[in-house]
Ligand binder design. Structure first.
Ligand code: TAP
Length: 478
């Protein structure tokens, strides 16, 4: 039972017109696909939202052709200041239609409306504004001004619209055209984005959206006329893509998985740290590549931190994603729920202690309670593998060097958090952590001006900031 009772405050879904079926977006128009259409469901209710076209190899071919034509004839030849006008226009339309986008994202993904509305969509607009600003200033990028050509972009389901923005905005600013494949379980906001491209009068073929599953992504990244592959997703698929493009002239960026350490020292402000731990692992149901899924807490305060953490977790409201009070929404798919359950069961078999927040889960849909495991050792699979759900593994340490050693003891290297009141300790520890992003006394902060990306098996290349331009300009190789 939750400590507090709240009256339901559901956002109206009437603000968005979910169509019964969607085609592919190729050459500026919605067209039928040649594959077998698939259904996309609301993971909170299992209600079918829409039927979506599947792009087969011939559709991918048509999309790449449209992108090539648009690149060669218009987009790459257009002065940067003109391209910027389109990007600014798209950014403004995203702001104008933000409520619609947030509701649709919440419906298709299962994430709380509060997060879609206050985090995802504002950062999406910010990315378009930020890269619009670069479009006529590329000579100061340090990577030249020549676009690479046609970009094939494949994105996951955890931040569907945000991952689209991270990929499309810099690509377009630099004069590339794109063919983007959203994840099979979350195609709807990408298709609404296609409508926004039409509304912005973006020249036909500059953005193309091909929906489908892994095979569509495979056909896209393997297409010989794709010059640049940008992928965000699991390390396993990232490795397969790296093998596909090896030996070709394609440029590749890979944003892959993570198993971030959130390190809490005994001098940290504990209530703030608890908020950071909660935000680190329960934001977006833990479906976050940089989630703080391993809590490393100094032994002397471990008991105190755990007591406060459990108290806080018991107040998290799990349920209807469209309710403005909801903190933790639905798990994105039955497959992902099965994986979270499987790894959690393995955690118990390995001897870790499981505690879940006492909350009532809805009868229909895909749900998992906020959960933590204590007594976790570094060898446990729940400490090594990405669970990608609302599950925290708690480990302890005694000294800063032990904390660093444990934090780095993972094949991943995407992000980390450090909680201490000593600035010198932040610098000392952060400089030794092998992670692309280190947050200090905060977690999960994103800004389009700041590059994001991984070390080791978390990927290669950066998205965001000036560094994000390197992936889309020929001089980025130098
Ligand atoms: P994946 O299963 O890897 O899927 C990612 C995308 O690749 C989906 O669109 C997927 O299609 C497609 N795909 C699957 N097999 C493919 C193949 N052989 N060739 C080309 N494309 C293929 O990942 P996911 O489960 O959607 O996302 C979760 C993972 O993404 C986690 O590991 C998470 O850490 C990572 N992630 C990383 C970041 C950054 S910035 N590093 C950000 C977000 C997420 P379908 O899903 O439609 O089948």
């Amino acid at each position: 039972m939750s400590v507090f009772e709240y009256a339901p405050a559901p956002e109206s879904r009437a603000v968005v017109d979910v169509k019964p079926s969607y085609g592919l977006f190729i050459g500026g128009e919605f067209v039928d696909g040649h594959g077998t259409p698939f259904k996309t469901v609301n993971p909170a209710t299992e209600e079918v939202l829409s039927e979506v076209a599947e792009a087969d190899a011939a559709d991918v071919e048509a999309a790449v052709k449209a992108a090539r034509r648009a690149h060669d004839r218009t987009w790459s030849r257009m002065p940067g200041a003109e391209r910027a006008k389109y990007l600014y226009r798209i950014a403004r339309i995203i702001q104008e239609r933000s409520r619609e986008l947030a509701v649709l994202e919440s419906l298709d993904n299962g994430k709380p409306i509060r997060e879609a509305r206050d985090v995802d969509v504002p950062i999406v607009a910010a990315h378009f504004f930020y890269y619009a600003g670069w479009a006529d200033k590329l000579e100061w990028s340090g990577y030249g001004t020549t676009p690479i050509g046609v970009a094939g972009q494949v994105i996951p389901w955890n931040f569907p619209l945000l991952m689209l923005a991270w990929k499309v905005a810099p690509a377009l600013a630099c004069g590339n055209t794109v063919v983007l494949k959203p994840a099979e379980t979350t195609p709807l906001t990408a298709l609404l984005f296609a409508e926004i491209c039409q509304q912005a009068d973006l020249p036909a073929g500059v953005v193309n959206i091909v929906t489908g599953a892994g095979a569509t992504g495979q056909a896209l990244v393997a297409h010989p006329d794709v010059d640049k592959v940008a992928f965000t997703g699991s390390t396993e698929v990232g490795k397969a893509i790296a093998r596909t493009v090896a030996g070709t002239s394609k440029k590749v960026t890979l944003e892959l998985g993570g198993k971030a350490a959130n390190i809490v020292f005994d001098d940290a402000p504990l209530d703030e740290a608890v908020e950071g731990i909660v935000d680190g692992i329960f934001f977006n149901q833990g479906h976050v590549c940089c989630a703080g899924s391993r809590l490393l807490v100094q032994e002397s305060v471990a008991e105190e931190v755990l007591a406060r953490l459990k108290r806080r977790m018991a107040t998290l409201r799990v349920g209807d994603p469209l309710d403005k009070n909801t903190d933790v929404g639905a798990i994105n798919s039955a497959e992902q729920l099965a994986r979270i359950r499987e790894l959690s069961a393995i955690g118990e078999q390995e001897g870790a202690g499981r505690w879940s927040a006492p909350c009532e889960l809805p009868d229909r849909g895909f749900w998992f309670p906020p959960t933590l495991f204590t007594g976790v050792s570094q060898a446990h699979r729940i400490a090594r593998e990405e669970i990608f759900g609302p599950v925290l593994s708690v480990l302890t340490f005694r000294t800063p060097s032990e904390a660093v050693e444990k934090a780095n003891n993972t094949p991943y290297g995407l992000s980390a958090g450090v909680w201490t009141e000593k600035g010198s300790r932040i610098l000392h520890v952060a400089s030794q952590l092998k992670a692309g992003v280190v947050w200090a006394n905060t977690f999960n902060k994103f800004d389009p001006t700041s590059p994001f990306g991984g070390y080791k098996e978390s990927g290669q290349g950066r998205e965001g900031g000036r560094h994000g331009l390197a992936a889309y300009l020929k001089g980025g190789d130098l």
